[in-house]
Design a protein around this ligand. Structure first.
Ligand SMILES: [Mg+2]
Length: 310
């Protein structure tokens, strides 16, 4: 069975490395480092979940190592437990001041080391769950707007670097307020869940991304997709929702519940992520609404018939 957590054990004495390995290897994946430089290298390349760090080491000591770890974005969040023969309160205070989460004196008592490691990893696990939850929309259980912003910026930069097209779809449920007023908010919530699932089912590539933007609005990011293919994805989404056959005879676009979609495509340029693409997609969403709903409208600046080659 794959062990869920990786520990980096740093100590210049082989005997200590062996002791800690024997103590922890049944429960965790163990990586070893025998000096400060190696510790930094392995922390960067493996991004362990926790580091057990010796203080007294020749050349680069544990205090220098933790300073370097805390000054690098990739490693600053990794909890560090000092394991040290320096055991005065001053030593401990200095270690904690530098950002260590705990301080264990050598010679250590094995069950205590094991318990402290377990407790700190429990905290790591809980923090990660919270981080994930903070990016998920609680009703539809798809990514939320905050997550969209991260993904959109990342894909913008990636497509800019590779000079590839980036497509974006804004969509919303047609006459959703009327649906809520007619059938009640619980029914409205249930519909949003079904629409979110239908959109997801229409997206086939792993890189395609959908988020709930807010209310009855959704946003889809399609990296590496030109206007012609983007418009096809929009139509697939539109049909997937219509094919849910959610009764809505009161809708002007009825008898089923439908969505309208606006799309735009750009090969990103310039260093900054700009709002252009987003504004354009939003504008064509309104056009789709104005032209009778249950429509996909793609920006004519990237007319599907004159699209860039995929
Ligand atoms: Mg030492």
């Amino acid at each position: 069975m794959k062990k869920p957590f990786t520990l980096l054990v740093v100590d210049d004495e082989k005997q200590n490395r062996t002791l800690l390995t024997e103590l922890l290897q049944d429960d965790y994946q163990i990586i070893l480092a025998k000096n400060g430089v190696q510790a930094l290298e392995r922390a960067q390349s493996h991004l362990p979940d926790l580091i057990l760090l010796d203080v007294l080491m020749p050349e680069m000591d544990g205090l220098a190592v933790i300073r370097a770890l805390k000054s690098a974005d990739a490693t600053r969040h990794i909890p560090v437990i000092f394991v040290s023969a320096l055991d005065t309160p001053d030593d401990e205070e200095r270690g904690l001041d530098l950002g260590a989460v705990d301080y264990v004196a050598k010679p250590f008592h094995p069950p205590i080391v094991r318990a402290r490691v377990r407790n700190h990893l429990q905290a790591v696990h809980q923090r990660r769950l919270l981080e994930q939850l903070a990016l998920i929309d609680s009703l539809t259980e798809i990514p939320n707007r905050r997550r969209f912003t991260e993904v959109y910026e990342r894909e913008w930069r990636r497509c800019m670097r590779n000079q590839r097209p980036l497509s974006l779809i804004m969509l919303d449920v047609d006459l959703f307020k009327r649906y809520n007023d007619t059938y009640g908010h619980a029914a409205g919530d249930a519909v949003l869940k079904r629409v979110a699932a239908a959109i997801q089912s229409a997206l086939k590539r792993p890189a395609d991304f959908v988020a709930r933007f807010g209310g009855e609005e959704f946003v889809v990011v399609l990296p590496d997709i030109d206007a012609a293919s983007g418009w096809q994805v929009a139509e697939k989404i539109r049909l997937a929702v219509e094919n849910e056959r959610i009764p809505y005879p009161e809708s002007d676009a009825g008898p089923w519940l439908t969505v309208s979609l606006g799309g735009a495509t750009q090969v990103p340029h310039g260093a900054e992520v700009d709002a252009n693409l987003f504004d354009e997609a939003d504008r064509y969403l309104y056009e789709a609404k104005a032209s009778g709903r249950n429509h996909s409208v793609w920006s004519p600046a990237t007319d599907p018939s004159t699209s860039v080659a995929a």
